[in-house]
Design a protein around this ligand. Sequence first.
Ligand code: NAD
Length: 477
Amino acid sequence: MKKMLIGDQWVGASDGRSLNVVSPSDGQAFDEIPRGTAHDVDRAVQAARTSLTGAWGQLNAMERGRIMMRIAQKVLDHEEELAQIEAKDTGKPMTTARNDIKVLARYFEFYAGGADKLHGETIPFLNGHQVSLLREPLGVTAHIIPWNYPAQMLGRTLAPALAMGNGTVLKPAEDTSLSAIRFAELALEAGLPAGALNIVTGLGEEVGAALSGHPGIDFISFTGSNEVGTLVQQAAARNAVKCVLELGGKSPQIVFEDADIERAVPTIVRAIVQNAGQTCTAGSRLLVQKSIYNKFVQRVAEEFSKVRAGTPEMDLDCGPLMNRAQLKRVQAYIDQANAQGIAVIAHGQIAQDAPRTGYFVQPVFFGPVPRDAALAKEEVFGPVLAAMPFEDESDAIALANGTDYGLLAAVWTENAGRLQRVAKAVKAGQVFMNCYGAGGGVELPFGGTKRSGHGREKGFLALEEVSTTKTLVHYHG
Ligand code: NAD
């Protein structure tokens, strides 16, 4: 039975209840985490508040950066252990889990360097006045993250908040809290003062709702579904608290007839199969110019049919889905597409010796998908790729922008002018040109437009999101 971190105490839930931790690879429970309560959230928020006037609040920016660098080193020293924990908890292949832990360390390295580099300003004003703009932490920041990349997500959301000197409370997803718990132990060993980081595990509707509605927080960062994002934003509004929302996506890969096909194909397959499609930035729509549609989708089909899903130890292209509900959801999209008569272009395979009790789904490539089908517009969050033909540049842009989402996009063409025009016209927080990068890239500001959310994480912009300014006006005569 794991414990959660409140201040400097490792504790169970205040009412002693717990939740099973289930392995997606075989559906078996193998550990337990505390099922935190509103009372636990209250104590965590208080501990974070207290840290702001305690040892944590008294550190200068350079000292905060040094501690964060030591945390990054601890993570790297424990890379294999953390990767094993992450792989068991999520079912993802070992290679992917190891990469996720490297990215977690990278977040702490990057923002360790950023801790003392976001400066204030002086502002010319009336004669006899001196105006300075101070950069300050927001106070207590709340962080609610999903299950798809637990270690990366905690790095992405916590590292900038700690770099700016906030006291933080993290609520990991109920399915995947183990890497966060081990990470917190390592962070304390690295010298992070008590209360700077608090972790409350448990259910979304209990811990998540209590945290996002808590009057003692100053900011919320939420990554997850649109439905819950709306609830979090409503809670933030009631307390007049700022929130950053990182929600879903239906990101297009736009392939023109002059694209470098051999470069594009493996990237496109990886962008949907990575993490079994459970990536908010998955390239789930393949938009191909009509003149090369048949030839191109056949090349993608060849690659796609080589994709194999298995357990972490098998270390194949992807693992199972996260839980039974996710499996049901993805299967329902596949069944609906089949019932609508949408053609299957290719299937990936589930490894023969993968446990039957695991939450595996066979990767599938559909096309041509009608533009009004659910598969063309809704986020499936599974290894399901939807191909659609387009006529020309303007049709490609209209199709790319034809969903409620706007997270990522990729444009594939050897025509430099078209590359720029389309990249500028597509509504998305990041556009990749002749390449694609779902996840990673801690230096690159990231976030949504439209229903994919608002606010920015990653890069230096994240430091601005988790800090505020104070304008000092001094009359000196
Ligand atoms: P989810 O919204 O169900 O859960 C996300 C987190 O919110 C979890 O920690 C959960 O416990 C918590 N939560 C649930 N109910 C809550 C409530 N009432 N109040 C407060 N918190 C609550 O999402 P999920 O199923 O875990 O993740 C899948 C979704 O996340 C997908 O839609 C995906 O696109 C999105 N996602 C987005 C990004 C991004 O960066 N844009 C990254 C990863 C996942």
